[in-house]
Design a protein around this ligand. Structure first.
Ligand SMILES: C[S@@+](CC[C@H](N)C(=O)[O-])C[C@H]1O[C@@H](n2cnc3c(N)ncnc32)[C@H](O)[C@@H]1O
Length: 298
C-alpha cells in the first residue's frame, strides 16, 4: 500500500531575504543538497527542492547548465526535419522557439506563466523579431516572412485552438520540466504532427524515488506494482514503451492512431543527473498485434 504523502511541518513562507539568498546561490551553483541544507538549516529538503524549482522557472534558470546541449539538439533536429510549422507546448522564455524559427516559417508556442512573457519579449527583441498586434489569444512576433504566435495559457487550450483553426502542424516540441505522458495522446490527436521532440523530466522522479509518480505515469505497467528500483537504462527503455503505448492509445481505432519511432536522443546534463531529450517520427501503426508484440518485449 502507498502511504499518503503529507507535509509533516506546517508551511512557513519564504521571506524576501531567504528568497534572495537562494536565488544568488542558484545563479552561481548547481543543486547541492548538503550545501543548501547548511544555508537553510530550519527548512526540510523537500521544501528547499520545491522552492528551487519555482525560482528556476521564475528567473529562467532552468537548465542553464545544459542550455547549449538542448539548443544544439533542437537545431540538429530542425535541420533534419525542416518543419514548416512547429507547435512548442511548453515555451518558457523561448530558448527553443528562437531555434525552431531559424529553420521554419511559423512557430505556435504556449506558456502558462504570465510573467514569462517579458522574458520571451526580450529574447524576441534580441532575435530581431517585432511584436505585432494581437491575433485572438495569441501574441504575434514577426521577422520578415517568419511568424511566432505565443499563447499565454495552457498547452491543451493552445493545441485545441490549433485544431479548431485547422493548423497543419509538422513538429511538436514537448519540453516540460515534468512529464507530458498523460497529455500526449490528446496533444497528438489535436495536432497530428509528423514529428515529436520530447524532454523526459521523469528521470528526476526516478532519482527521488517517487514511486507514486511513476506508478501513475507508466500506463503500460501494473499500477499495483512498484516499478522501482530502476537504473537509467531501464528507465529510458520504459519511457520509450510508455510513449509508444500513449501514442497507440490516442484513438479508439488503431488505424487512426499513431506509432512513434525513436530516431535520435541526447542527454541534457548527463546520464546521472540530467534528462533525456528524444526525437520521434510519427508513423501509422502497423498491425495492432505487431505494435503490442514490440511493446511487450523485455
Ligand atoms: C522546461 S520549461 C521550458 C523551457 C523552454 N522550452 C526553453 O528551452 O526555454 C517548461 C515550461 O513549461 C511551462 N508550463 C508548465 N505547465 C504548462 C502548461 N500546462 N501549459 C503551458 N506551459 C506550461 C512552465 O511554466 C515552464 O516555463
Amino acid at each position: 500500500m502507498l502511504e499518503r504523502r503529507k507535509a509533516y511541518n506546517p508551511p512557513v513562507d519564504w521571506s524576501p531575504t531567504e528568497e534572495g539568498l537562494l536565488l544568488n546561490y542558484l545563479e552561481e551553483n548547481s543543486f547541492d543538497s548538503k550545501r543548501l541544507r547548511e544555508l537553510f538549516p530550519s527548512r526540510t529538503l523537500p521544501s528547499i527542492r520545491s522552492k528551487v524549482r519555482k525560482l528556476r522557472i521564475k528567473y529562467d534558470l532552468f537548465g542553464t547548465s545544459y542550455r547549449d546541449e538542448k539548443e544544439n539538439f533542437t537545431t540538429e533536429i530542425a535541420q533534419i526535419v525542416r518543419p514548416k510549422i512547429v507547435f512548442e507546448a511548453y515555451a518558457g522564455a523561448g530558448h527553443q522557439t528562437f531555434k525552431w524559427i531559424e529553420y521554419s516559417d511559423t512557430v505556435y508556442a504556449s506558456e502558462i506563466m504570465k510573467y514569462k512573457l517579458s522574458q520571451f519579449e526580450s529574447l524576441a527583441q534580441q532575435n530581431k523579431f517585432k511584436k505585432k498586434k494581437h491575433s485572438g489569444n495569441w501574441y504575434v512576433f514577426e521577422k520578415g516572412e517568419k511568424k511566432i504566435y505565443l499563447c499565454i495559457g495552457d498547452a491543451l487550450d493552445a493545441a485545441a485552438e490549433l485544431k479548431v483553426n485547422k493548423i497543419k502542424v509538422d513538429l511538436v516540441d514537448l519540453d516540460t520540466c515534468g512529464s507530458t505522458l498523460p497529455l500526449l495522446p490528446t496533444l497528438l490527436l489535436l495536432t497530428k504532427p509528423s514529428h515529436v521532440v520530447i524532454t523526459h523530466g521523469e528521470f528526476h522522479s526516478m532519482r527521488f524515488k517517487r514511486e507514486d509518480v511513476l506508478r501513475r505515469l507508466f500506463v503500460h505497467k501494473d499500477i499495483a506494482q512498484n516499478p522501482l528500483p530502476m537504473d537509467v537504462d531501464e528507465m529510458s527503455h520504459e519511457l520509450d514503451k510508455a510513449i509508444k503505448v500513449a501514442a497507440l492509445r490516442a484513438h479508439n481505432e488503431t488505424v487512426d492512431s499513431f506509432w512513434l519511432e525513436l530516431v535520435k536522443e541526447t542527454w541534457l546534463g548527463g546520464r546521472f543527473h540530467g534528462m533525456l531529450r528524444r526525437y520521434y517520427k510519427v508513423k501509422k501503426p502497423r498491425a495492432t498485434s505487431d505494435c503490442i508484440n514490440e511493446i511487450s518485449k523485455k
